[in-house]
Design a protein around this ligand. Structure first.
Ligand code: NAD
Ligand code: DAU
Length: 356
């Protein structure tokens, strides 16, 4: 029997890569992409697969419990991969409520709908094939100093409204597992980069600014450290966990690829000079140190040996190659980028896809 799989946030950066992978790799599934199309949702990300017979788009807000219940009734989903979220730390500092609503309340609405559909009144599973897979972040573990790495057992210590809202949703997902026997799995991943990332995040923002000869803002002294993973490697990990992960377990995902922000920007500047045919050292002149992010976490580093050992996953791309591919993609997809910067990508939905 054909399975209906719900992917939330599929018009966003990581979600679009997951939707594409599942639509192409699993013709036996119908993939329903549920997305509210906030500023971060862009259906242009999926235009190569949106005519496929096993793909359906549903515009809905996960904060609207009635709409979510109706979609569960309509499709009787057997699996959920939940990516929809407010995802940008800086926005969470200026507007925390959107993060509380979507990341916490929205997640509980999905859990409740899945519970009504999958569990009997005694909390027994109606079929053993159901899975609620919650996608989370390494930021829930807090901030590291120079030493150490996050493991699955690291205590939660979220420090921004974004990470606190994601930590809260992780706790709720686990609470539904323990209380109601909801079949769940969670993964916590480090910083993703690659095609289709909204140009508010460090790498696409810097690419766009360098291209347009604008200042590249580096917070503080640029000494904060992040672990970077190519987005398609994350999508492959999600595929493996969805199919082979153990119910109730947590998996850390990371690139084993730590970079100080300033060193990453230097590397990116070199790549931009090369690909734009500019004289060596041209892009570096755009680096501008600016006021630090409030409560800026110093370092994230994630130990992904569990998923490597238990599920046989590993990152496929070296950072230099991933960065080269990413820069190539942004320079080639100039229209995608300029449509976002101008806001025209939102008009595109009216014309092409969404009947409002
Ligand atoms: P994104 O901001 O690019 O995309 C989020 C998507 O969710 C958008 O399409 C948006 O329209 C949709 N959305 C937002 N609010 C919604 C709502 N109320 N109802 C329905 N849809 C809504 O985010 P991303 O970077 O692709 O991140 C996806 C998930 O992965 C998030 O849960 C994030 O916390 C997690 N994550 C991201 C990273 C990263 O580096 N980007 C790393 C680890 C984990
Ligand atoms: O670790 C996983 C997380 O990575 C995800 O959960 C988040 O959704 C995702 O946005 C990302 O969070 P960060 O805050 O690490 O990503 P961002 O690209 O915003 O910033 C990366 C680093 O660069 C961080 O130390 C802040 C810094 N920075 C960022 C921007 C936007 C700058 O120095 N200048 C900038 O203009």
């Amino acid at each position: 029997m054909k399975k209906n799989i719900l992917i939330t946030g599929g018009a966003g950066f990581i979600g679009s890569h997951v939707v594409r992978l599942f639509v192409n790799k699993y013709p036996e599934y119908t993939i329903v992409n549920l997305d509210k199309l906030t500023y971060a949702g862009n259906l242009e990300n999926l235009k190569d697969i949106d005519k496929k017979p096993n793909y359906i788009f549903e515009k809905a807000d996960i904060c609207d419990s009635k709409a979510i219940d109706e979609l569960f009734d309509k499709y009787q989903f057997s699996g959920v991969i939940h990516l929809a979220a407010e995802s940008h730390v800086d926005r969470s500092i200026s507007d925390p409520m959107a993060f509380i609503n979507t990341n916490i309340i929205g997640t509980v609405n999905l859990l409740n709908a899945a519970r009504k559909t999958w569990l009997t009144t005694n909390n027994e599973q109606r079929t053993t094939n159901n899975l609620f897979y919650h996608i989370s972040t390494d930021e829930v573990y807090g901030s590291l100093s120079e030493e150490g790495m996050f493991v699955e057992e690291t205590s939660y210590d979220p420090r921004s409204p974004y990470s606190a809202s994601k930590a809260s949703s992780d706790h709720l997902v686990r609470a539904y597992h323990h209380t109601y026997k909801m079949p769940v799995v969670i993964s916590n991943c480090s910083n993703n980069y690659g095609p289709n990332q909204f140009p508010e995040k460090l790498i696409p923002l810097a690419i766009n600014n360098i291209k347009n000869n604008k200042a590249v803002p580096v917070y503080g002294k640029g000494e904060n450290i992040r672990d970077w993973l190519f987005v398609e490697d994350h999508a492959n990990a999600i595929d493996l966990i969805f199919h082979n992960g153990i119910v109730g377990e947590t998996y850390n995902i990371g690139g084993n690829n730590e970079w100080k922000n300033i060193d990453l920007i230097y590397q990116l500047c070199k790549e931009m000079d090369l690909q734009l045919g500019r004289e060596k050292g041209t892009s570096e002149k755009l680096i501008t140190f600016v006021k630090d992010r409030a409560g800026h976490d110093l370092r994230y580093a994630i130990d992904s040996s569990k998923i490597q050992k238990e599920l046989g996953w590993k990152p496929s791309l070296q950072f230099e190659e991933g960065l080269r591919k990413t820069v190539e993609w942004y320079l080639k997809n100039d229209v995608w980028l300029t449509n976002i910067v101008s806001g025209d990508y939102e008009k595109y939905y009216d014309k092409q896809y969404v009947k409002r």
